[in-house]
Design a protein around this ligand. Structure first.
Ligand code: ATP
Length: 213
């Protein structure tokens, strides 16, 4: 099984990294591919280039076996639709089944994703949750796909929805960007080497105040 973990990663932080490592081990994944999106379809364009977000990701997972930085969405023109990404992965790894991982916040917006129902034609979907998470289904389509045993994913190539509790780390990239923009220190929310890269390239600094005419 190959895992897919998409995101803006602006910047990557320990919330991403810890959950990535946990699901790689829980699902016995051969590899977990972290895929920064080029142009997030549901949000404003990030002010840090895809290349830099990818570099931070590479720095963060350097030397961690099984975690792979995958630039396919940055290499592709136009918006990053996960359904297209899964199709290209299936072409590349025809003998593997694919598991798409997302946080509970991303899952709440799933029905807004481009051709979202087709995601289940290509992959299983696993939602990484807090231990106390309870889901309210908005659609029968999703409800029908739920499996309660992790092992059930091995019996089918795609199409299942599973909820996996992971260690909750209440860290967000937004919080890190805000800390930096206001002159604070985000150390220990993300790897030191990523922070050094951010400092070196002066990322996430507050825009200088304009002084009128
Ligand atoms: P932002 O604050 O800019 O929205 P983010 O920290 O939420 O960013 P993304 O790159 O948007 O990070 O998230 C990519 C994926 O990682 C999503 O599926 C999201 O749910 C998940 N994720 C983000 N932060 C955490 C966290 N602390 N714990 C578990 N999953 C997370």
């Amino acid at each position: 099984m190959i895992g897919v973990y998409g995101g803006t990663f602006n910047p990557i932080h320990y919330g991403h990294l810890r959950t990535a490592l946990e699901v790689k081990s829980l699902f016995n994944l051969e590899q977990l591919r972290l895929i920064p999106c080029r142009q997030p379809p549901h949000r404003d364009q990030p002010d840090v280039s895809g290349q830099m977000r990818l570099e931070m990701l590479q720095i963060a997972i350097n030397g961690v076996a099984g975690l792979v930085a995958d630039s396919r969405e940055l290499d592709r023109e136009g918006p990053s639709y996960m359904v297209d990404t899964l199709m290209t992965l299936l072409q590349e790894f025809p003998d593997q089944s694919i598991v798409l991982f997302m946080g509970a916040d991303a899952f709440l917006g799933l029905e807004k994703w481009h051709r979202w129902q087709q995601l289940f034609d290509y992959a299983h979907v696993v939602v990484m949750t807090r231990p106390s998470f309870t889901v309210e289904f908005r659609s029968e389509f999703l409800q029908q796909r739920v499996v309660v045993q992790r092992e059930a994913l091995e019996n089918k190539l795609a199409g299942c929805l599973f909820f996996q509790a992971v260690t909750p780390l209440d860290i967000s990239a937004t919080q890190i960007r805000q800390i930096i923009a206001t002159g604070g220190n985000p150390q220990f929310l993300l790897p030191d080497a990523v922070l050094a890269f951010i400092r070196q390239h002066q990322l996430y600094q507050a825009a200088p105040l304009t002084t009128g005419h």
